[in-house]
Design a protein around this ligand. Structure first.
Ligand SMILES: [Zn+2]
Length: 101
Protein backbone atom coordinates (compact mmCIF):
# COMPACT_ATOMS: atom_id res chain seq x y z
CA UNK A 1 0.00 0.00 0.00
CA UNK A 2 1.29 3.43 -0.87
CA UNK A 3 0.95 5.79 2.02
CA UNK A 4 0.63 9.50 1.52
CA UNK A 5 2.83 10.86 4.28
CA UNK A 6 1.10 14.21 4.08
CA UNK A 7 -1.68 12.79 6.18
CA UNK A 8 0.37 10.99 8.76
CA UNK A 9 1.16 13.09 11.74
CA UNK A 10 4.10 12.51 14.00
CA UNK A 11 1.78 12.50 17.02
CA UNK A 12 -0.44 9.82 15.55
CA UNK A 13 2.57 7.54 15.14
CA UNK A 14 4.05 8.36 18.53
CA UNK A 15 0.71 7.90 20.27
CA UNK A 16 -0.34 4.87 18.24
CA UNK A 17 2.58 2.62 19.19
CA UNK A 18 3.06 1.41 22.74
CA UNK A 19 6.68 2.12 23.73
CA UNK A 20 6.84 -1.11 25.75
CA UNK A 21 5.76 -3.17 22.71
CA UNK A 22 8.11 -1.22 20.46
CA UNK A 23 11.23 -1.62 22.59
CA UNK A 24 10.25 -5.21 23.32
CA UNK A 25 10.42 -5.84 19.58
CA UNK A 26 13.81 -4.15 19.21
CA UNK A 27 15.66 -5.76 22.13
CA UNK A 28 15.84 -9.37 23.18
CA UNK A 29 16.66 -8.37 26.75
CA UNK A 30 15.22 -5.53 28.76
CA UNK A 31 15.61 -5.18 32.51
CA UNK A 32 12.52 -4.87 34.67
CA UNK A 33 11.53 -1.18 34.42
CA UNK A 34 11.84 1.12 37.40
CA UNK A 35 8.73 3.01 38.66
CA UNK A 36 9.35 5.80 36.15
CA UNK A 37 9.38 3.35 33.24
CA UNK A 38 13.14 3.13 32.56
CA UNK A 39 14.54 -0.21 31.54
CA UNK A 40 18.18 -0.94 30.72
CA UNK A 41 19.64 -2.87 27.83
CA UNK A 42 22.82 -3.15 25.82
CA UNK A 43 23.28 -0.11 23.62
CA UNK A 44 23.07 -0.69 19.87
CA UNK A 45 24.69 2.66 19.09
CA UNK A 46 28.13 1.73 20.38
CA UNK A 47 30.03 -1.46 21.21
CA UNK A 48 28.48 -2.04 24.60
CA UNK A 49 29.55 -4.67 27.10
CA UNK A 50 27.18 -3.60 29.88
CA UNK A 51 23.56 -2.43 29.68
CA UNK A 52 24.26 1.30 29.21
CA UNK A 53 21.17 2.20 27.25
CA UNK A 54 18.06 3.28 29.12
CA UNK A 55 14.75 3.09 27.27
CA UNK A 56 11.54 4.40 28.77
CA UNK A 57 8.71 1.93 28.28
CA UNK A 58 6.12 4.58 29.15
CA UNK A 59 7.29 7.57 27.12
CA UNK A 60 9.57 6.08 24.44
CA UNK A 61 12.53 8.24 25.48
CA UNK A 62 16.01 6.72 25.35
CA UNK A 63 19.44 7.67 26.62
CA UNK A 64 22.79 5.91 26.62
CA UNK A 65 24.98 6.71 29.61
CA UNK A 66 28.11 5.63 27.74
CA UNK A 67 27.88 7.11 24.23
CA UNK A 68 25.31 9.82 24.92
CA UNK A 69 22.86 8.90 22.17
CA UNK A 70 19.45 10.07 23.30
CA UNK A 71 16.02 11.13 22.18
CA UNK A 72 12.53 11.69 23.47
CA UNK A 73 10.47 9.26 21.42
CA UNK A 74 10.50 6.12 19.27
CA UNK A 75 10.67 8.05 16.00
CA UNK A 76 13.97 9.58 17.08
CA UNK A 77 15.13 6.11 18.15
CA UNK A 78 14.37 4.69 14.69
CA UNK A 79 16.07 7.61 12.95
CA UNK A 80 19.21 6.88 15.00
CA UNK A 81 18.92 3.14 14.44
CA UNK A 82 18.22 3.14 10.71
CA UNK A 83 19.92 6.42 9.74
CA UNK A 84 16.83 7.07 7.68
CA UNK A 85 15.00 10.31 7.14
CA UNK A 86 12.06 11.40 9.26
CA UNK A 87 9.62 10.50 6.44
CA UNK A 88 11.31 7.12 5.88
CA UNK A 89 11.01 6.26 9.54
CA UNK A 90 7.37 7.31 9.76
CA UNK A 91 6.61 5.11 6.76
CA UNK A 92 8.54 2.20 8.24
CA UNK A 93 6.73 2.45 11.55
CA UNK A 94 3.31 2.71 9.93
CA UNK A 95 4.08 -0.33 7.77
CA UNK A 96 5.34 -2.33 10.72
CA UNK A 97 2.74 -1.36 13.29
CA UNK A 98 -0.29 -0.51 11.22
CA UNK A 99 -0.82 2.79 12.94
CA UNK A 100 -4.30 4.14 12.32
CA UNK A 101 -4.25 7.80 11.45
ZN1 LIG B 1 25.60 3.81 23.60
Amino acid sequence: MKIDMTYISRNAVVNGICPADFYGSRFARLSRPNPRGWSNTRCIFHDDSTPSLGVNLQTGAFKCLACGTSGSNIIQFEIERTRGSFADVLRLLVDEWGVIV
